[in-house]
Design a binder for this molecule. Structure first.
Ligand code: BGC
Length: 521
């Protein structure tokens, strides 16, 4: 019997029980267009309540970032940038050259498992010392980096990829840790102040000018190259999105002066109470065993930190039912978090008939020495289900933000637009004819460019994306576009451009420092 399952044609003979079990799993993991539609409206409702500050009915923090301008690629200057969001800390020197060009130079420092759980002052001291090392080894001085006139203090932008409620571009309180971090002493405290104190303690002559989330950094960085950028998103170890909102819609801000502001959605926490998300027992198991149960449930269905663990949970379930590896697991496969998302990427990339490369991963990485072709086909089918669901959920969140921007309350269009584009609607290429009405300031411009040109035609919306899952997971982008097409209409590809924002976090931090120093000093 040859069973056609998800994307793969199976060459080996599956038992009826195996076919049945996989079909049941596929049912749980497949998201229909109707389900995606339903999730999109729930997401839009939560965006609206979050903007109104109604956090009883919304799990989306919708954080105003105090970044009111977006770069247009003409900005110049050199800034120090810091990027902390996972197991690597990066210190960078970013030189913005104008004309959409920049140079970046960086060094990575490993954040050990110990530091991810240590008291925040220990982590901040480590960061301060890493900055000092970078400045010394690269001979960086106020001759190179922007600094307040008459001083030799260097300006730094900090991309901190965790949920922070901001009170200014250079002040923000940590709401909660995510992605495996749990340093005590940080939640409820101002991250900029904690870093500035550590810099002072360690005699590092640097001023933290701006704090941004990685999604905000990514939006800024992409905007430097592609002006019509309205959304920044991360699909990596964690997931999240930021977008340009009309400040009149941000009810949590009392006296906004700018017309638009970037809002950090913190979409990883969408529907944390699992009211609409189609969570499976495998997701629930993962959530329960994570260090932050009950929060960031959406992130746990999408991002690189978790996809491998969901897959591991499913494989163990199949083993326990004697439908895989003849009912035998290995010590490695029995170990929490041992199945990495990168294995899924490798497994999904194997298009050979016999799937021998998958056998190598099973043997070398997971200690599963006895595996048949059927086993390998099943493992691949499981990865496909989990990977495809992640991409479709990512498309759902992206489509919701696009819809919000194009709707009556939204900012991209300024007035209502059809939520699904049909054949007759015009979409113009993104990089030409952006409709701008700029108020020139010294640095970044406050802009009111919209997704609609003078003739009322929709312009293509650029989404700047960073993250290993988007960049490296096979078919992720195509699967996202399938979902986007279902939600935004057959011309989704013309309406939305998904582009990789190279080093969004580093470049974005530098741009945020530029915005802060040019506007606030
Ligand atoms: C954090 C976000 C961050 C995202 C991507 C999530 O866990 O809450 O602030 O943007 O990861 O790094």
């Amino acid at each position: 019997m040859s069973v056609s399952f998800t994307h793969t044609k199976h060459h080996a003979k599956w038992s009826d029980k195996q076919t049945e079990a996989l079909a049941k799993l596929a049912k749980e993991f497949t998201l229909s267009t109707a389900q995606l539609e339903h999730l999109t409206s729930a997401f839009l409702d939560q965006m609206q309540s979050g903007l109104a500050g109604d956090h009883k009915s919304s799990d989306l923090a919708m954080i105003p970032t105090f970044v009111a301008g977006r770069p247009d690629g003409h900005e110049r200057g050199s800034y120090l940038a810091l990027d902390l969001g996972g197991t690597n800390l990066r210190v960078c020197l970013i030189t913005l050259k104008g004309n959409h060009e920049l140079e970046s130079h960086s060094r990575a420092f490993k954040v050990s498992d110990h530091l991810q759980e240590a008291h925040i002052s220990e982590l901040m001291d480590f960061i301060a010392i890493s900055i000092k090392e970078f400045i010394t080894s690269e001979h960086i001085s106020s001759k190179i980096v922007e600094h307040p006139s008459g001083s030799d203090t260097l300006e730094l932008g900090f991309t901190f990829s965790f949920p922070v409620t901001q009170t200014a571009i250079d002040a923000g309180m940590l709401l909660r840790w995510t992605k495996g971090f749990s340093c005590p002493g940080a939640v409820g405290n101002d991250i900029v102040q904690l870093l500035q104190e550590a810099l002072n303690r360690n005699e590092v002559n640097v001023h933290v000018a701006a704090l941004v989330n990685d999604t905000v950094g990514t939006l800024l960085a992409h905007s430097y190259k592609h002006p019509n950028t309205f959304i920044g998103a991360i699909f990596g170890t964690g997931t999240n999105g930021a977008y340009v909102e009309a400040t009149r819609s941000i009810k949590t801000m009392s006296h906004p002066t700018a017309k638009e502001m970037i809002v950090n959605i913190e979409w990883g926490n969408f529907d944390k109470d699992k009211r609409v998300l189609p969570v499976t027992p495998f997701d629930n198991k993962l959530d329960r065993e994570s260090i932050n149960p009950g929060v960031h449930v959406f992130e746990k269905m999408i991002s690189g930190m978790y996809l491998g663990e969901i897959t591991r949970n499913i494989l163990l379930h199949l083993i326990d039912h004697r439908l895989l590896f003849d009912g035998t697991s290995s010590q490695k496969l029995n170990t929490h978090w041992a199945f990495e998302t990168k294995f899924m990427s490798q497994i999904e990339s194997d298009t050979s008939a016999t799937l021998i490369p998958i056998a190598q991963i099973l043997e070398q990485e997971l200690g599963i020495y006895l595996n048949t072709q059927v086993d390998r086909e099943i493992v691949k089918a499981v990865c496909q289900m989990v990977g495809k669901r992640a991409a479709r959920l990512s498309a759902m969140a992206t489509a919701a933000v696009v819809r919000r921007g194009l709707s009556v309350e939204g900012h991209f269009a300024g007035h209502g637009y059809p939520l699904k584009l049909s054949e007759g609607d015009h979409v113009f290429g993104a990089r030409t004819g952006v409709h701008k009405n700029e108020t020139a300031t010294e640095g970044v411009h406050e802009r009111t460019d919209s997704a609609v040109d003078h003739g009322g035609n929709l312009q293509q919306i650029n989404v700047g994306i960073d993250g290993s899952v988007f960049e490296h997971y096979p078919h992720f982008k195509e699967r996202m576009f399938e979902g986007l097409t279902e939600l935004l209409g057959p011309r989704a590809k013309e309406l939305v451009a998904l582009g990789i924002a190279t080093d969004g976090s580093g470049v974005g931090a530098a741009l945020a420092a530029l915005i802060a120093t040019k506007h606030c000093r």
